[in-house]
Every structure is written in structure tokens, then in C-alpha cells.
Design a protein around this ligand. Structure first.
Ligand code: NCD
Length: 360
């Protein structure tokens, strides 16, 4: 079965196919209005969400389908102590496809191990957010007409921001894409991620500490919110919360065709005056997101006989544990611990991709 847990669960060709179908749906939504008649999307949202959940809901409705699920886990069986795996297994009896968001990393992976129907990761902790990435890709394609040979600036919280992690993984597969990482020291892209994705993949990545240093080189400026809820303490958040603000003066230094993206919600990182700039694509991005989710639902149901790369090569080993304290295997010890071997021999947790360590 085809699940979407990590952006690389879709090949580049599959990703391009979804983006292209999203564009076709955007151009002619009426042609797809009945295609999901009598089909149901189950939404399991264990973490606050406005646009992602409503975007999925709107997407399924636009296709003529129905939606069931919960937006607040305090009302669900989880309050009685049910595991994510059990909840997913149960709801997969009622729905044709599931979308799950969870603050704990690896929860959507665990759901995909028990579900009878395809599972879509709608965001897990600081780990991944592959449907935001599809939204970002369709936006870049529509705004700039291509996904290759682009210089992409990622600005803000590169440490805790799952949208940036997924975007870099996905865009690293397009020829000639270079990244400029714009963050304060405290919010740099995690070292392991940088090594695994950028260095091993031979992706050009430059780190800078101000927007002004980089903006004139960029085709895409991807702004992000400082992820307050992921910080170990309020003080640490306060120190960096307003580290970068994009305003009209900085936009004046940028290329005429640069596109400004933001997964939203915005706090202070983009001044409201930028909204009127034709290069501000973030509200159009919200709209494209619905169409690319329509395309994703359609394709995952069509591709049921394809496999999921995140499920390949897994093994259990009772002598190993995951080193990430935010991983579901550590947050809920009932979760089976599964691992996979990387091409370079290192063992990583199948749920969250963090390094494995010996229990002994
Ligand atoms: C993002 C998320 O939840 O990671 N929002 C979204 O899905 N549109 C970004 C954020 O919360 O900052």
C-alpha cells in the first residue's frame, strides 16, 4: 500500500504527477467534483491545526467525498489510553484514507503500520510535513514555472520547523537546486540532517545569519514561524522569537520574480506591508494546497498496489533503542521498536529517522 509518511515515500516522478494533477484540478475543479463520491477521509488530529485540517476537509468535499474524525484528541479514545496504532487500525475500518497529525515524532509512521488504508502524515513534531511540501512545490511551480535550477532561501526556525525539513528533502531531488539557510545560531538546521540530506546528497547549502546577506540571490524565500511549542523553555523562545522580519525595505533588495512562501500561521516574521507585494505568494499557497491535497488523495487511492519506501528493510531488535526523546517509541513504550540500516551502515529508528543506540 502507498502511504505518505516522508516526502521521499513519493518518487520524484510520483511527486511531479501529483503536482501536475493538482494544477489540472485547480484549472478545472468541476471535472473532478464527483470522483470521490461515497469515499471517506478520516482525520486524526492530535495537535492544533487550522489550515491543514480544513484544507484536507475542503479537498475531500471538493471531490464529492465525506470526512470523519477528530480535531481534539482530548475527546477521543486516546484520553482513555488507546495507542496511536490502535486508533488508526480502528478508524481505518470506517474510512478509505487517513490523515494524521501528532506532536510526537513517528506517530504517523506507527499509524501506517496498523492501518488497513493509506495514511498521510499531516505533520509529526519537528520531523516531517510532506503535504505542506506538496503545497510548497505546486506553489513554486505555479509562481515560477519550474522546480529545478532555483536558489531557495529557508528562513527562521530551521531547527524545529518540520516544513523546512520536508521541503529540503523533496527539493534536493531537483537538478540545480541550491539552499541558503538563514537562521540564528540557536535555530540552525540540525547537524545530522544537514549531513544526511545536504552533504551526502551533494546539495549546495550555504548558511547565513541575516536576510539581507542572501535575499538578492534568491528565487524563493521560504519564511517560517519560530516554533514556540517545541522549545524546551519560554526563555529560550523569547531570545529568538523575533529574529527575522521580512519587510518592504528588504523586499526592495530582492529579484523581481522572487516568490515569498510561508506555510502559515504567521506571527511577526512577515510585516503586513509585504502582503500587497505581487511576490508575496503565501495566501495563494493556501489555495493551491487544497488542490494538491485533492490530487494526493486521488493518487494514493489509485496507487494502492505500490509500496511505501518508509516500510522497506525494517527489522526489530530488542537490544536497540531510538536516541530521540521526542520519538513515539520513547513517548509510548508500547510502540514496537523497528529500525532500518542506512546505505552507509548506520542504524536508524524507522519511526523518526534518529540514530539507534544499544540498550546495553
Ligand atoms: C505549519 C505546521 O503545522 O508545521 N503549518 C501548517 O501546516 N500550515 C507551520 C507552523 O505551524 O509554523
Amino acid at each position: 500500500m502507498k502511504h505518505l509518511i516522508d516526502p521521499t515515500d513519493l518518487t520524484r516522478a510520483e511527486t511531479d504527477e501529483i503536482v501536475a494533477l493538482g494544477e489540472a484540478m485547480f484549472a478545472n475543479p468541476a471535472a473532478y467534483a464527483e470522483t470521490m463520491r461515497h469515499r471517506k477521509l478520516g482525520t486524526l488530529f492530535y495537535e492544533p491545526s487550522t489550515r491543514t485540517r480544513l484544507s484536507f476537509t475542503a479537498a475531500m468535499m471538493e471531490l464529492g467525498g465525506n470526512v470523519l474524525g477528530f480535531a481534539d484528541a482530548t475527546n477521543a479514545s486516546v484520553a482513555k489510553g488507546e495507542s496511536v496504532g490502535d486508533t488508526a487500525r480502528v478508524i481505518s475500518c470506517f474510512a478509505d484514507i487517513l490523515a494524521i497529525r501528532h506532536p510526537v515524532e513517528g506517530a504517523p509512521f506507527e499509524a501506517s503500520m496498523t492501518s488497513l488504508v493509506p495514511v498521510i502524515n499531516a505533520g509529526d513534531g519537528s520531523h516531517n510535513h510532506p503535504t505542506q511540501t506538496l503545497t510548497d512545490l505546486i506553489t513554486i511551480q505555479k509562481e515560477l514555472g519550474r522546480l529545478d535550477h532555483l536558489t531557495v532561501g529557508c528562513c527562521g526556525d530551521l531547527r524545529y520547523g518540520r516544513t523546512v525539513h520536508s521541503l529540503i528533502k523533496a527539493m534536493a531531488r531537483y537538478e540545480g537546486v541550491r539552499f541558503v539557510l538563514i537562521s540564528p545560531e540557536e535555530l540552525r538546521l540540525p547537524e545530522d540532517f544537514r549531513r544526511e540530506v545536504c552533504e551526502k546528497g551533494g546539495i549546495a547549502c550555504r548558511e547565513v545569519t541575516s536576510i539581507e546577506e542572501a535575499i538578492s540571490d534568491l528565487d524563493v524565500l521560504y519564511m517560517t514561524r519560530v516554533q514556540k511549542e517545541r522549545f524546551p523553555s519560554q526563555e529560550e523562545y523569547e531570545r529568538v522569537k523575533d529574529c527575522f522580519v521580512l519587510d518592504a525595505a528588504k523586499m526592495a533588495l530582492a529579484k523581481e520574480r522572487m516568490a515569498v512562501l510561508h506555510p502559515l500561521p504567521r506571527v511577526n516574521e512577515i510585516a503586513v506591508e509585504v502582503d500587497a507585494d505581487p511576490r508575496a505568494a503565501y495566501f495563494r499557497q493556501v489555495e493551491y494546497g487544497k488542490f494538491v491535497r485533492m490530487a494526493l488523495i486521488t493518487k494514493l487511492l489509485e496507487w494502492k498496489d505500490r509500496d511505501t519506501p518508509s516500510h522497506r528493510g525494517l527489522f526489530s531488535d530488542a537490544t536497540l533503542r531510538c536516541t530521540n526523546p521526542k520519538c513515539i517509541t520513547n513517548a509510548d513504550p508500547r510502540t514496537p521498536r523497528r529500525f532500518r540500516r542506512q546505505p552507509d551502515g548506520t542504524l536508524v529508528c524507522a519511526c523518526c529517522d534518529a540514530k539507534a543506540a544499544s540498550l546495553k
